[in-house]
Write a protein that binds this ligand. Structure first.
Ligand code: DP6
Length: 419
């Protein structure tokens, strides 16, 4: 086998996810075991995803990885743990057409090339590690013919980044914290697929920020060490909230879904404030967006939009349906208009067919926009230009898939090097 020069590869696409009941705090830093369950919504990979090509060849002399075109080191323990776990489960692979035969045992000696690309800017501060590690594990499992279901794969992806385990499924996903010391029962399970609640529309406001943020990993470590609120949250609050959220999702109960999502995001940020020294992830723009949504929801009598914020200032807004999303976008663009030289199609990305419904694809611009009167009062004047870098319009989406179209591969099929 060692004299042959074949390259065998697989390309896959994996979505990112946004937690509506947050994971914050580990009970085991090495295995990445959380202090509470969490629940997320998978985002449509058409708008936010990672594509990864993994290749194996007897010609490769070491494991190598390229992220967004740049070679990165695989020596970190998170990568090493994922690679070790997946290699130990590798099966026999045969490609008769190409005359390739790899036995179970061969995988220990063979080296890998991995190329990964996010279809959204890494600088946007959107959880790229979740989609990244999920895609690494999923594509390697396909390459190595690993015979495990997505929940078992999620336990491997978890060891790359906790939130990655939830990206092994589409729709609505729960990460069960588990109780075993070895982490084998700390896995993700699907609560419902993406078609279960397809009215929902998600608008992400990518908020401009100068500030260097504390990473989730070190932030949550400091919270575990210093925040009493975190302990109360994990023990008393989240277990009940998880059950309520499961019910809300099952019944498509938007009022409960919103109440739980917003409260949980706010409690997560309260834990950050309760950490010593305190961690500030949201900024003034984030707070202005919260006020806008809260006032609107209150004036409507029933919730129209849920908000949630991760370890950064970006707002993830979930509208109950398309009509509400159109109004929401109009309101957001009124308060956070693009800079004058910015084209609307680069200011609202993802599913930007929504621009047409908002009457913003033609000549008439944001100058003529009037948000719903209920949200216009008390939010402040229209002077927030530049606070939001851009908006992404998306929806709940599907889980990982293999991409069979060779033109989408990131590695050259002859050399196994980045194209
Ligand atoms: C705020 O999964 O990025 O997004 O496990 O250390 O890699 P590590 O952390 P990470 O933390 C995500 C935290 C969060 C909430 C969530 O996604 O549940």
């Amino acid at each position: 086998m060692a004299t042959e020069k074949w390259v065998f590869m697989v390309t896959a696409q994996t979505p990112t996810n946004i937690a509506v009941i947050k994971y914050w705090g580990k009970r085991d830093e090495v295995r990445i075991l959380p202090v509470n369950d969490s629940i997320s919504v998978t985002l449509d990979p058409d708008h936010l995803c990672t594509v990864t090509t993994v290749a194996v060849s007897p010609a490769f002399d070491r494991d190598r990885m390229w992220l967004n075109g740049k070679e990165i080191s695989l020596s970190g323990s998170r990568y090493q743990n994922c690679l070790r776990e997946i290699r130990s489960r590798a099966g026999d692979v045969e490609d008769k057409e190409k005359g390739i035969k790899i036995g179970k045992k061969d995988w220990e000696k063979l080296h890998l090339h991995i190329a990964s690309h996010n279809n959204f800017p890494t600088a946007a501060g959107l959880a790229s590690s979740a989609a990244g590690f999920a895609c690494l594990v999923f594509s390697l499992a396909k390459l190595m013919n690993v015979d495990e279901d997505p929940s078992h794969l999620s336990a491997i992806a978890r060891q790359g980044s906790g939130s990655a385990c939830r990206s092994l499924f589409g729709g609505f996903v729960k990460w069960e914290m588990g109780s075993k010391d070895d982490g084998s029962d700390s896995v993700a399970v699907q609560l419902a697929d993406e078609k279960h609640w397809d009215d929902l529309v998600i608008i992400i406001a990518v908020v401009s920020s100068q500030q260097k943020e504390t990473s989730s990993t070190s932030g949550m470590r400091e919270s575990v060490e210093t925040s009493l609120l975190l302990q109360h949250r994990a023990k008393e609050v989240v277990p009940k909230r998880i059950l309520q959220m499961e019910e809300a999702i099952k019944n498509r109960d938007f009022a409960s879904f919103t109440q739980l999502t917003c409260t949980d995001s706010n409690q997560f940020h309260a834990v950050c404030l309760d950490t010593s020294p305190p961690i500030f992830y949201m900024n003034d723009t984030s707070h202005r967006i919260i006020s806008l949504v809260e006032k609107w929801n209150r004036s409507e009598g029933t919730p129209q939009v849920a908000y949630t914020f991760d370890a950064g200032p970006n707002a993830v807004l979930i509208a109950r349906n398309r009509k509400v999303a159109v109004q929401l976008l109009q309101g957001l663009l009124y308060y956070f208009p693009p800079k004058s030289d910015t084209d609307m199609k680069s200011y609202v990305v993802g599913d930007n067919s929504i621009l047409k419904e908002a009457g913003l694809d033609g000549a008439s611009g944001v100058e003529n926009l009037q948000p719903p009167p209920e949200i216009k009062d008390n939010i402040g004047s229209q002077d927030q230009k530049g606070e939001v870098s851009y908006f992404i319009c998306t929806r709940p989406g599907k889980g990982p898939i293999v991409l069979h179209d060779q033109t989408q591969a990131l590695l050259d099929p002859e050399t196994g090097l980045p194209k």
